[in-house]
Ligand binder design. Structure first.
Ligand SMILES: [Zn+2]
Length: 280
């Protein structure tokens, strides 16, 4: 499941490859991919120039010269892939965008949980070019790269839920999932199963610093590709941050901080990887 670093890697590649180019044509074959309206409605984007690509949490937002914005959410298995018009079309390709002078952008999604939809900003310019101005994204908490200790202090105060459950709740903070929550908690030396409301000001500051440093390091490594090989960048290449994971998927292996074995905690259907001596 792509999290903030993977989506940000895709965003930067989208910007580099397609910004400034005109959308010549688009074809949508997956009805579930465009489930909020008819595929024909996406035709409103034809002949528009792509101005920029934004991101909030795990959502990508394409901003065009005039017209609505296009939101993409990859969810479980969605992939955006750059292609040349003659390239073989992969199975489960549900949408193809063809840009003047920049080739094609294809949306591939075997499990079809991902989606594309149009959205119109609720605010006037210049705020209109911010993903957070889109009504469909209004439920999201602050983007994980922008969240402050004060944001988290407000969101976690009085909460009995485990810290990890709150970090992966997109309404609390947007962009973190299973992998990065474990890595962030390890870096912040906080147990993922302690109540969210039990953090003091020093804990919150460490949590914010750890969130930024883990996510930025993961972006620099172009994200994490696990054994399922599901996450690929626009060019089809894997990320490399899985080689730098400190606890995620490492049960029984030595902790990078103290050498003791990493444990896997379970509560209900949820789990977390943790070092019982480095995290409190
Ligand atoms: Zn340790």
């Amino acid at each position: 499941l792509p999290e903030l670093p993977e989506v940000e890697t895709v965003r930067r590649d989208l910007l580099r490859l397609y910004a400034g180019h005109r959308l010549k044509s688009l074809s949508v074959s997956g009805r579930r991919t465009v489930r909020r309206h008819s595929p024909e409605q996406l035709g409103a984007l034809r002949e528009k120039i792509l101005l920029s690509v934004g991101r909030h949490g795990k959502y990508l937002v394409f901003f065009w010269e005039g017209g609505p914005s296009l939101v993409a959410h990859l969810r479980m298995s969605g992939q955006l892939l750059a292609a040349s018009p003659g390239d073989p079309v992969a199975p489960h390709t549900h949408a193809v965008f063809s840009f003047d002078g920049a080739g094609e952008l294809r949306f591939v999604d075997p499990r079809t949980f991902g989606e594309l939809f149009l959205s119109t900003p609720a605010a006037a310019p210049p705020m209109a070019s911010s993903p957070s101005a889109l009504p469909e994204l209004a439920h999201l908490g602050p983007d994980a790269l922008m969240a402050t200790a004060r944001d988290l202090s407000c969101a976690l105060a009085g909460r009995h839920a485990p810290l990890k459950a709150l970090l992966v709740d997109q309404r609390v903070i947007a962009g973190i999932g299973n992998i990065y929550a474990d890595e962030i908690c390890w870096k912040a030396r906080l147990r993922p199963d302690r109540p969210g409301g039990s953090l003091d000001q020093a804990d919150l500051r460490r949590l914010v610093r750890a969130t930024r440093s883990v996510l930025l390091a993961a972006i620099a490594a172009r994200g994490s590709t696990l054994a399922d090989r599901r996450y690929r960048d626009l060019g089809g290449s894997a990320g490399a941050y899985q080689l730098e994971h400190r606890v995620y998927g490492r049960a029984g292996l030595p902790c990078a901080g103290c050498g003791r074995p990493v444990e896997r905690l379970r509560w209900g259907a949820k789990s977390a990887y943790v070092c019982g001596s480095c995290q409190a």
